[in-house]
Design a protein around this ligand. Structure first.
Ligand SMILES: [Zn+2]
Length: 296
């Protein structure tokens, strides 16, 4: 009699806990749309979407297009092979290298009067004093506020002549900071909300070379960084799997959940509250089972 009443109640509690888990799980899109306004580095062909068919096709509606584009445009991934011979090309990158805890380095105030700003080591130590040590295998991304300029080409490249790279002015990473992150925090990905992990005035791209040499994946033109907490989210760089690609367009997104928040900085995994509820319910069910069997 007791089990006939209690069991359905427990089932309802379990379902409600499951719903709670889902509602606590938020996804943030960090990707600019691909379109004929997509920004490419000078010299690349422009984006091409050609309609193959769009209309009524007998009994049903039908749409299909042809697309062509350069690898390094819009929100995209740089494979290590982009700047280092023999390094991973896109299809070589293991999936676990394309996800990790997201660390957002906010330099919006610092770039306001200095578009040539490069993220310094004290930006990292400042982040760590507020948020704890950057976990291993993280994706560390500069948020300069540049995402809001996209897709205005002159604003994004910081010049009235966006076809002339020597005139570019936009912020990115300092190579010494990147070296420190590689050696001391074993990062998997380094990203920017600007067109390049090297700043606009760079001519020898030391950050690209350093990252490539150390099999660190690059993320460029990352969008919507202001919608992420500076710590506590998990990033996914779902790059298109081009065989032998040096990079490729990616749907980059992040998830924010209670369990991510608890795992990010501690280095150890703690059970989030809803998991504890599951554990308690399991104990109750086991107890009832024993009661029913007259073992209690
Ligand atoms: Zn690139």
């Amino acid at each position: 009699m007791i089990t006939a009443v209690v069991t359905p109640v427990l089932v309802v509690i379990v379902i409600l806990c499951g719903l709670d888990e889902l509602s606590a799980f938020k996804v943030v899109d960090l990707t600019h749309e691909l379109s004929d306004t997509t920004i490419y580095w000078p010299g690349n062909p422009s984006y091409n979407l050609t309609e193959l068919f769009r209309g009524q096709n007998g009994a049903f509606w039908y749409e299909a297009n042809y697309i062509a584009q350069a690898e390094h445009g819009g929100t995209h991934v740089d494979a290590p092979a982009h700047f280092y011979e023999g390094a991973w090309r896109i299809h070589h990158i293991p999936m676990e290298r394309l996800t990790g805890p997201a660390v957002i380095i906010d330099v919006i105030d610092k770039v306001r009067n200095n578009p040539d700003y490069r993220v310094q080591l004290n930006d990292i130590t400042g982040w760590e004093s507020d948020n704890g040590q950057i976990p291993d295998k993280a994706a560390v991304i500069m948020n300069s506020g540049w995402g809001y300029k996209y897709p205005n080409k002159t604003a994004v490249f910081g010049t009235e002549t966006p076809d002339v790279p020597s005139t570019f002015h936009f912020p990115a990473w300092h190579q010494d900071t990147v070296m420190w992150l590689i050696n001391n925090r074993h990062v998997y990905m380094i990203g920017v909300d600007t067109p390049s992990t090297d700043f606009g005035q760079s001519t020898d791209f030391p950050t690209h070379v350093l990252m490539a040499k150390n099999t660190v994946v690059g993320l460029e033109n990352v969008a919507n960084l202001d919608k992420l907490p500076v710590s506590g989210s998990r990033i996914f760089a779902a790059v298109i799997k081009i065989k032998n690609g040096s990079g490729g367009p990616a749907r980059i997104f992040a998830t924010i959940s209670d369990s991510d928040k608890e795992c990010t900085n501690s280095g150890s995994i703690q059970l989030p509250p809803s998991k504890l509820v599951y554990a308690l319910i399991s104990i109750c069910v086991a107890k009832l089972f024993l009661l029913y069997c007259n073992f209690w």
